[in-house]
Design a protein around this ligand. Structure first.
Ligand code: ATP
Ligand code: ZN
Length: 325
């Protein structure tokens, strides 16, 4: 029996009165998650395996998000968690977030190069400089592959469109907070088209995000935010992003003694990505874009934090929202 069926089966039987397991036992929330086997350590901070139960939560969240977006007539697209060098360069990611990018390097040498590589490994010496850039970069945000793909299709349909994406994303931000992973999933709805449509889309999804958070019985608040742009110049960009109210986040307290964590984000990019990639509206203008991003791991961790480490004991309404669709 798969774990979703298992959790659904227990809907009728379990009691919901015991205190959440996350609040007792191991010293930190991360330790509790590892002890319970929900996350599996790999020896690298922010890089974890997921248990069957954790994946059932992820599947439930994705199903709830799909149900919430069923009126969007979104085109479903799935990309592997990597993009090509050309699209990555067009995104200007290295200008804004060089500290987060992850590039893929491979051995491209001959027999002699291989012998050198093996000798380095044998001697316990540094060997990664024997690798060369492969032309592939790990996806930093699930919506990134969408923009070049839409631009290559030619002008958008009249009134634009919505795309549904889900991808593992990489960000080099090793951390002991379980909510800050190096590889994690973002589920997104991405809207491309005239400015008014993007503004309305973002408003709608801010309301829906709050509604979902409340239906999952989580303590949620929405606040204006900014991305972690790099360096001193980046501070100015971040300030202007806040001032123009281009990014909002849905926040939930998750980590021990830390401020609440951004679990969803609601972004309006103006015509920034439209101009970078040359995405056109049907009347030849530059498209505006926006996206709503759901952090699947962070939402799952918020549920585990607030309702306990055993989903079979979560409140009935929460379980139904995730697993009874
Ligand atoms: P933060 O400011 O906390 O680094 P962010 O606002 O930059 O996050 P976005 O770029 O808006 O994040 O990404 C969309 C969503 O992806 C976030 O709301 C969050 O739920 C999730 N997310 C972002 N970074 C991480 C991470 N390192 N680990 C797990 N989930 C993440
Ligand atoms: Zn996005």
């Amino acid at each position: 029996m798969d774990s979703i069926a298992l959790i659904s089966d227990t809907l009728a039987t379990s009691g919901a009165d015991e205190p959440p397991a996350a609040r007792t036992g191991p010293a930190t929330f991360l330790a509790a998650l590892l002890d319970a086997g929900l996350l599996i350590p790999t020896g690298v901070q922010g890089l974890y395996g997921r248990s069957e139960t954790f994946e059932a939560i992820a599947d439930g969240l994705n199903a709830a998000i799909t149900a919430l977006g069923s009126d969007q007539h979104a085109e479903i697209l799935r990309f592997p968690p990597a993009i090509g060098q050309a699209d990555f360069e067009t995104s200007e990611y290295m200008k804004s977030f060089p500290q987060l990018a992850g590039t893929v390097h491979s051995f491209c040498g001959d027999d002699r190069g291989h012998r050198r590589l093996l000798a380095r490994l044998e001697d316990g010496d540094a060997w990664t400089d024997q690798q060369a850039f492969s032309g592939v970069v790990l996806t930093p945000a699930a919506c990134y592959p969408v923009y070049p793909a839409m631009a290559r299709r030619g002008p958008l349909p009249w009134q634009g469109k919505v795309v549904d994406v889900l991808s593992y994303c990489y960000r080099h931000e090793p951390s002991l907070e379980p909510t800050r992973m190096q590889l994690f999933r973002q589920r997104e709805y991405v809207c491309l088209g005239p400015a008014e449509r993007i503004v309305a889309f973002r408003q709608l999804w801010m309301e829906r995000g709050l509604q979902l958070g409340k239906a999952l019985e989580l303590p949620v608040e929405v606040d204006v935010a900014n991305d972690p742009f790099f360096g001193r110049g980046g501070r100015i960009v971040a300030d202007s992003q806040r001032e123009l109210r281009l990014k909002f986040e849905l926040l939930i307290p998750v980590n021990d003694g830390a401020p609440p964590t951004a679990c969803m984000s609601f972004n309006y990019h103006l015509d920034h990505f439209g101009a970078l990639w040359g995405i056109r509206t049907d009347d030849g203008g530059t498209a505006h874009t926006g996206c709503v991003g759901f952090g699947i791991e962070r939402l799952g961790l918020a549920l585990l934090r607030h309702h306990g480490l055993d989903p079979a004991r979560w409140p009935r309404g929460v379980r139904e929202r995730l697993w009874s669709a």
